[in-house]
Design a protein around this ligand. Sequence first.
Ligand SMILES: CC(=O)N[C@H]1[C@@H](OP(=O)(O)OP(=O)(O)OC[C@H]2O[C@@H](n3ccc(=O)[nH]c3=O)[C@H](O)[C@@H]2O)O[C@H](CO)[C@@H](O)[C@@H]1O
Ligand SMILES: C=C(OP(=O)(O)O)C(=O)O
Length: 437
Amino acid sequence: MGTFQIEGGHQLKGEIKPQGAKNETLQILCAVLLTPEKVVINNIPDIRDVNKLIEILGNLGVKIQKLGNGSYSFKSDELNLDYLESELFKEEGSSLRGSIMIVGPLLGRFGKGYIPRPGGDKIGRRRLDTHFEGFIKLGAKFRYNKEERFYGVEAPDGLQGTYMLLEEASVTGTANILMAAVLANGKTTIYNAACEPYLQQLCKMLVSMGAKIEGIGSNLLHIDGVDSLKGCEHTVLPDMVEIGSWIGLAAMTKSDITIKNVSWDNLGLIPATFKKLGITVERRNDDLYIPAHENGYEVASFIDGSIMNISDAPWPGFTPDLLSIILVVATQARGSVLIHQKMFESRLFFVDKLIDMGAKIILCDPHRATVIGHDFQSKLKATTMTSPDIRAGISLLIAALSAKGTSTIHNIEQIDRGYENIDERLKNIGAKITRVA
Ligand SMILES: CC(=O)N[C@H]1[C@@H](OP(=O)(O)OP(=O)(O)OC[C@H]2O[C@@H](n3ccc(=O)[nH]c3=O)[C@H](O)[C@@H]2O)O[C@H](CO)[C@@H](O)[C@@H]1O
Ligand SMILES: C=C(OP(=O)(O)O)C(=O)O
């Protein structure tokens, strides 16, 4: 188990460049399975989850070449589908959430796809019903081995396009079904599709490979199946969750930080949501500037004067992946705010660690926490903690950087899942972090 030691209480200053987006990359990597031709992908982040998926693709027979920093080429012309039924795959496939998205492209192209129950954060139940209901609608036969927790879909005679209304706008579910439908016979309509920028990016990539998709950016996708897809080159967007994490970090540590080339138009409600906490977020061309909040930041109230409430929702709503960060930032705001995590059931439990550090938080129930800000009148106290999931992990790191004294965070593998070389990048802007093991 890796550990960070963090000396808190220092202001940071400088520029930071966001990594390529984790969740987009996981979709895009799976799409390379759709064609025997070469696919080049740029701006791939060097993080644990992405590297694990690249390893799975390699074991599946994809020819992978590193072209440069963050750039790779992939060629899926001679796949070893037997790997899908191997013990190694059962182990590797279950180690991250994103691996589930290899099923759609394999089903579309080869008529079969298998996957062990995927991993990812332990942040509540994470059902896969949307994915498999979609495949079944496209004509696939579904089987599930309960003992081994192993899922399979098969369609030896190919998939047939159809209309489907998804039960929920699942991000990986939409990507998975979409990647199957682009190679189905005839037309597919996916209503209540997830439509966040990363899915838009996947759609654009598929179109550049020869897929026919209409409605990109909306929750109603029309797909006209084609017989085959060709190679392409694709560049991953900057990671909006990382960008949000740096906004929170800057505010909590009263730091003056510029986040470079954020692709502002793809940030949706992220800047506006930090502004609700009173944080100044300035657009400078495509950079995002956060001045040092020497006098703190004050939570806004609603027009009717009622207490501020920040909650998540499927895109274009506020991403659930930033609520833990919003929560930690709120602990030093002037005013109170109710955080409502609607999607995941176990994502707020990490607040016990913040309470240990002296934060004023009432966990109302698994989905809601009320935070009463300190307005920097009282600093958080350094402590020893363990990171339960990726976003709680980064939130605890932000808390530790703002706290008085030296904190220890264990299980930093969770943070490394989604943040590239985080200790070195933060050290470059003045953070005092040591990777102990
Ligand atoms: C690898 C990857 O891309 N992971 C992201 C992806 O996970 P993932 O695709 O697994 O998440 P889903 O979009 O399927 O759903 C996440 C959770 O929200 C619930 N839900 C979802 C949609 C909805 O309309 N109502 C609802 O309640 C689901 O039941 C589930 O518990 O999207 C999540 C939601 O943005 C993000 O937190 C994850 O970082
Ligand atoms: C929940 C997340 O990731 P995953 O879906 O990979 O567990 C996340 O990125 O915040």
